[in-house]
Design a binder for this molecule. Sequence first.
Ligand SMILES: [Zn+2]
Length: 100
Amino acid sequence: MAPEECISALGGWEGYELCGWRQKRRDESRWCVLRPRRERSRPAHCSSSWREAPALHDTQWRTVRDLPMVEHTVELEVPRVQVACPHRGAKLELLGWLDP
Ligand SMILES: [Zn+2]
């Protein structure tokens, strides 16, 4: 198993896989910034109605704090896809592992 696959599996980011990472220092502590990307084949679901809906090209980047790994604080840079919900309009994609 490649390190990226291992980190993706440990992260529990269903439908996403690690595509990049970097380290940075902030206030004397070490941070690990992980960048998962959405698997293209993943069907999208609306975060409002939970129904399957076509994904839009508009992507918003969210930075979220994750559980620490070893001595590093972990931050995720997650691309959030919008979907075209036939019932509720443009909504964020439902991700079970990330609060809306
Ligand atoms: Zn919806």
